[in-house]
Design a protein around this ligand. Structure first.
Ligand SMILES: [Zn+2]
Length: 139
């Protein structure tokens, strides 16, 4: 198992978008799933990498209080595949140069993991397909 993961996850086709991350076994509520794999780089380097990637395949996570970003397109692990949902079962915490994921509730075996990413670089223009009753419609 990947050293950044505390629970075994499966990457498989998602009903929400592309590939998703699924629980291989039951995961209790309020547990740390692990750290998103990637490389911590300066915000300036992040902007440079985004410019050099015409196909928008990069996955950057920015931090609020430091001019750094996590480039999650390198050292990829299953947490990279957690899809957005407006009614998520995990949340992401950015702290101390780590991007951590925690469960909000008990996750059943085979259930897809989801996270509310809030405002994304799509700036509310991308239709949301999460299917939740409380879906905001756009992300
Ligand atoms: Zn939604």
């Amino acid at each position: 198992m990947n050293k950044d993961l505390n629970y075994p996850l499966l990457i498989a086709k998602s009903r929400i978008a592309g590939k998703g991350a699924f629980a291989k076994s039951l995961i209790p509520a309020k547990k740390k799933l692990g750290n998103m794999g990637g490389e911590i780089i300066s915000y300036r380097e992040a902007q440079k990498r985004v410019r050099q990637q015409p196909h928008n395949v990069l996955y950057m996570v920015e931090f609020d209080n430091e001019p750094i970003a996590l480039d999650a397109s390198v050292n990829v692990n299953a947490l990279r595949h957690i899809n957005h949902s407006c009614d998520p079962n995990t949340f992401m915490r950015r702290a101390y140069r780590k991007v951590e994921f925690y469960t909000l509730r008990t996750i059943r075996k085979g259930e897809e993991l989801t996270c509310d990413y809030g405002e994304t670089h799509h700036e509310g223009t991308l239709p949301c397909r999460c299917g939740a009753a409380s879906c905001r419609g756009f992300i």
